[in-house]
Design a protein around this ligand. Sequence first.
Ligand code: HEM
Length: 215
Amino acid sequence: MNKDTRPASFLTSAAAKPLVHAACLAPLVWLVWLGVDGRFGPNPAEFINRYTGDWAIRFLLIALAVTPLRGITGLAAVMRFRRMLGLYAFFYALLHVTSYVALDQYFAWAAIWRDILKRNYITVGMLALTILTALAVTSPKAMVKRMGGRNWQRLHRLVYVAAVATPIHFFMMRKGFQIEPLIYGAVAGLLLAWRAGAWIRARAQGRARAAARAA
Ligand code: HEM
C-alpha cells in the first residue's frame, strides 16, 4: 500500500481540521469544567497556571513532532496541521502568562518586571514566550511572502530555542528532583536530534548530487 493514501484521505478530508480544533480546545473546556465543578483545589491560581503551562509545552512538542512524523511515516498530509498546532501552543502559553499576570500578580507590573529580571525561571519563560509570539505573528502565509522564505525559515528555527527553554523554565521552577520537566526535556532533545540528523543527511545528499554532476 502506498504509505500516503488511506490515512491521508482522512487527514485531507474536510472533517479533519474541525476535529483537530476540537481536540486542541478540549483541555480548555476541561479546565472550565473543573472550575465550574469546584475542582481547582486549595490554590486555584496555581492550578490554572500549572495546567495551562503543561498544555503549552505539550502543544509545542506536538507541533514540533509533525515534521518528523511526516519523515517517518511518509504522510505529507500531517503538515496541514503544523501551523494550527503551533498556534495552539502559543494560545495556551498566552493563557498561562495571563493567569500569572492576573491571578498571581494582580497586574502589579512593577513586581512582574522585577520577577522577569530577578527570577531566572521567569526570565527563561519570557524568552520562550517572546519567541512563540514572534512565530505566531509571522505564521500567516502573507508573512512568509513578505519576509521571503529563507528569512522566515531562519526565524522559525527559533522554535527549537523555545522547545529547549521551556523544559528549563519548568525544571528551574520546581524544587528538588522532578521527573516531568526531564521527560519534556528528553522529548525536545529527541525531536532536535531528529532534525539535526535530517539536516546532515540532506547536506550529504546535496554534496553527493553536486559531485555526481561535476563528474
Ligand atoms: C513571560 C513568560 C512566562 C511566565 C511569567 C511564566 C510563569 C510561570 C510560573 C509563575 C510558573 C510556576 C507556577 C507555580 O509556581 O506554581 C510557571 C510554570 C510553568 N510554565 Fe511558565 N511562564 C512563562 C512562559 C512559559 C511558556 C512560554 C511555557 C510553555 C510554552 C511555559 C510553561 C510552563 C510549564 C510547563 C510550567 C510548569 C507547570 C507545572 O508545574 O506543571 N511557561 N510558569
